[in-house]
Design a protein around this ligand. Sequence first.
Ligand code: GDP
Ligand code: IMO
Ligand code: MG
Length: 428
Amino acid sequence: MKVDVILGLQWGDEGKGKIVDALAPEYDIIARFQGGPNAGHTIMFNERKFVLHSVPSGIFRKNILNVIGNGVVLDPFLFCKEIDEISGAGFNPSDNLIISQNAHLIMPTHRLLDAVNEAAMGDRKIGSTLKGIGPTYTDKYNRTGLRTGTLLTDRFVQEYELRKAVHFKLIQQSGIPFEHIQLDGMPFKEYEQEWLKAAERLKQFSICATEIVVNKALAEGKKVLAEGAQGTLLDVDFGSYPFVTSSNTSTGGVCTGLGIAPGKIGKVFGIFKAYCTRVGNGPFPTELFNDMGELIRKNGHEFGATTGRPRRTGWLDLPALRYSVMLNGITDLIMTKADVLSGIETLQVCDTYTCGNQKHLYPELPVGIEPGTNFAEMTGWKEDLTRISNAELFPSAFSAYFQYIEQEVGVKISYISTGPERNQLIKM
Ligand code: GDP
Ligand code: IMO
Ligand code: MG
């Protein structure tokens, strides 16, 4: 069997959680391969809403094994908080969730370092979620990180203290005041106690060589779905560096983040919103600064699922989408949130970028050059898409909108999401 992949093609928040939860019954295993609690994946069913940060989006389905892979960075405190919410709602996450022994732990001092690094950058700051993602991956690649498996040894506290001391030296050297920084509303010492308790609780879960579990499952004919976090345009290599996250959010990340050979990758589902959003700083060529941007933010409830920050909004960006489709080897597209555009008379879609006199289908511009944008105008639709249950009932203007995208990008749309609920999903 092969591993199918679901990932975001824009700057995150494309609706990955919703789609993974909806498609989960077709799989035996759902596995996260990168990122950490910077993610916020919203799932809605039976009028209930959950926002998952570290736990894979298959957790609400019985008989599905959820895997936190080696490529993920895990904060025990935030993870346990999430587990308590899920348990409190009547689910038993400890029954069907395993954690890679090679996944790196986000320490309280990683979060302090994140805050201090951002403060040191002033106006040039990334706009991080401040969950400690960058400093934890820095330690991973510096070979000074603390892995989940160390929890199972008697050296854990010693290893923790060693790294904490190094981190505090770095924090003090930065000269940035840090004593006032609160972590989840607590001063450092108090938070650290809670974090250590949570680290102890982590041992209740199976902490193991998940790469072996996943490969054995594939050999037995089980179906595996890899769930991406963030989006392709936030990839540390291919995104708008330095305004990116610290992991490979694109398909390549599945191989290193789960221990899957490239030949074992099957379908790659690429999710995109019918428009664009971005939270945090960095370039956004089609950004809207007018009433239309505000309308999309309001109608789409575009506020961060992790930080609550208002998301920046803009028209669909085809050069960026073509690039993401190419990088990920997308076999199937999934479009979300077109229902948000209902009632807008004329829609715009950026079809090409301009640099000098040249038009570009891809973002192939020299570093630091902001592209000009060219827009195709499309007629909007008035109908409410959220109640439509069959693709044949789509208004013709909406069909023209998504067919134009398929034609420009060269890949078919397999599913269209027409609302946040699990069952608002139409197979094409
Ligand atoms: P993720 O990070 O990719 O999982 O996406 P988020 O959960 O951060 O943001 C997507 C938001 O859009 C959530 O509030 C979802 O409940 C919501 N959503 C997902 N799909 C649709 C859709 O097709 N239409 C509408 N209106 N909302 C959607
Ligand atoms: P999901 O999985 C949207 C953004 C942050 C910031 C940059 C770096 O819900 O789509 P980091 O915390 O990684 O240091 O932040 O990346 N960012 C996201 N934006 N959705 C996400 O995840 C994000 N995770 C990180 O806003 O600009
Ligand atoms: Mg999100």
